[in-house]
Design a protein around this ligand. Structure first.
Ligand SMILES: [Zn+2]
Length: 160
């Protein structure tokens, strides 16, 4: 049989500058309780702002987190980022600390954070990004309900 070149090499040969980045995504779930309440303001402000989400005894969500890494596929492995490795990173940095927890009380890296979906996405980014050493973290998408989600694309970078 004739020897065939690996797909990535053939694709690269087809594009003069080589292939562009390919994004890979892993989805994880966790269940957690939270309460939206800003202690800098009074009960009425919090009630107006957050409605029943400010109720004192918390409530729960089935959170879904989708994390995307962007990069050029490695010519040897064909992977942008090993999804098995991404699974383990997300388990350690998000699922293990948050699953079946109260996000206001139990998670050290959320201390002092009002656990809105926006703030959670930013906090998860900070936990995940240092562990991504191949390619770069592109997006943290967090679903608080099947219809409500937020996306975070990382901190502002200083213009050069
Ligand atoms: Zn809620």
């Amino acid at each position: 049989m004739p020897k065939r070149r690996p797909v990535a090499k053939r694709a690269a040969a087809a594009a003069p500058g080589g292939p562009g980045p390919v994004r890979v995504t892993r989805r994880v779930h966790f269940n957690a309780a939270h309460r939206l309440y800003n202690p800098a303001f009074g009960k009425d402000w919090n009630r107006r702002q957050y409605g029943p989400c400010a109720n004192p005894n918390s409530h729960g969500h089935n959170y879904v987190v989708e994390v995307t890494v962007s990069g050029r596929p490695d010519p040897d492995s064909g992977f942008t980022f090993d999804l098995g490795k991404l699974k383990r990173i997300l388990q350690r940095s998000v699922v293990d600390p948050c699953d079946h927890r109260n996000l206001n009380e139990d998670v050290p890296f959320l201390k002092g954070v009002i656990p809105t979906a926006e703030n959670l996405a930013v906090a998860f980014w900070a936990e995940i990004a240092p562990r991504i050493r191949t390619g770069r973290l592109h997006c943290v998408r967090l679903y608080e309900t099947p219809r409500n989600f937020v996306e975070y694309f990382g901190p502002e970078t200083d213009p050069e």
